[in-house]
Design a protein around this ligand. Sequence first.
Ligand code: UDP
Length: 465
Amino acid sequence: MAPHALLIPLPAQGHINPMMQLAWKLVSHGFLITFLNSDSTHNRIHKANTLNSFFDNIRMISAPFEFPPLDSLEGIENRIESLIKGMGPSVIDKVIQEINAREEENKVTCIIADVWMCFGLQAVATLHELPLAAFHTALVSLFAIRYFSAHLVSLGILHSDGIPKEDKKTKYLPCMPALHSGDLPWLWAGEYMFRKGIRMGEEIKDIKWVLFNSFIEIEAPVVETLSKEVGVYPIGPLIPPEFLIDSRTSTKVLPSFRKTDTDCLQWLDKQCAHSVIYISFGSTGILSEKQLEELALGLEATQRPFLWVVRSDLMKGSEANLPVGFLEQVRDRGCIVSWAPQLEVLSHPSIACFVTHCGWNSVQESITMGVPMLCWPYFADQFLNRAYVVDVWKLGLPLNANSQGIIKQGEIVKGVEILQESEQGLEIREEAKKLKIIARDAVKDGGSSWNNFNLFVTAMKRQPN
Ligand code: UDP
């Protein structure tokens, strides 16, 4: 009887993608997967993709709960609370009962849930005598800063609502790089997110396996520190193996919420090696009209080819409004899509650099493909990721906003020119090449993530049903 994992992602693009990549990896180790989404997320994925492509041995199912994907941050507190209730322990209990009643031969043998979906889940796992693993889709450092944040309050470094007492760059944890006071990952959603992070740490502490889509080599001091408290198992980068050998195509399709425009790959084929600027703000990043205009004018001023993901909801409040005449000006060297096949794009030899919002998946994909970054974070862990990219790994440059919070066109031109033309840019590109190899080695036979993944898989296969 095959081991059968019930996977429960948080219904956001940046969480579903790595969960699906984990599913592929488990399938290649002989697992059967049930991939559970809320009804509306499940339907949206099916609308945007041709799906038998998700793979043999992966069943996509939905829980009877209407929860639209988290691709807007409006009312985030209420939405997360309603999700935690709507797809909470009693629903998961019912899902497991139904699967087990239907499939005598293929009962669920383990549960892997996004850390945001773990609240109260241990009781269900215990009830069904199943091992529960938590999956954290970002840096171990993100979990660590949340985990130790109550301690930072007791030390008097943070106020009780998570706001730093001092407004200066601070090394909040000795094992982590210094962060600006505004960079702490909960500040965008206030005290709610701060408290939720602490609760998450308490909940996860008792779960034996906490899998991370990261790898030890990029944040070893944090892994060492946190491992004294929690079962930390970095298993990333969870990129399909085809991309790790630069084959650039995969039969696997990520469950995106939007239709992917693959024509841009043919456009990339026509561009010179290392010439194209790729710009994407992930699934939720939004720009004001003024900011969008400055970015467009900056791209125009670089005089270089670019591929820009302009989602229909990229601009706050309305359809993205590009400056008059912009499309005419850049017709011969610009490609605009509403959703890109990002892994294929980043692994394309014509890509020179990535203007990124620093969502963890985007950063890790960029690292694994050896692409230097221009960092443009706007919320959550993106500032932490930028600190690592710029200050620790030296894989990119920050794009700095002016006093009105706008990244001006000149800043974009300057960033691209430094990366492409200067001595500093050359050093960054060299670092990107080195870290690409280290990332790939982590998941190769005998690598750090390979070891962790094998430990996990062996333990899950040993579980009695
Ligand atoms: N992505 C994509 N096409 C796009 C933009 C993003 O396939 O045009 C994917 C990207 O490869 C990544 C995910 O969407 O896997 C976004 O996750 P990330 O953590 O970077 O950002 P988030 O959307 O969570 O802010």
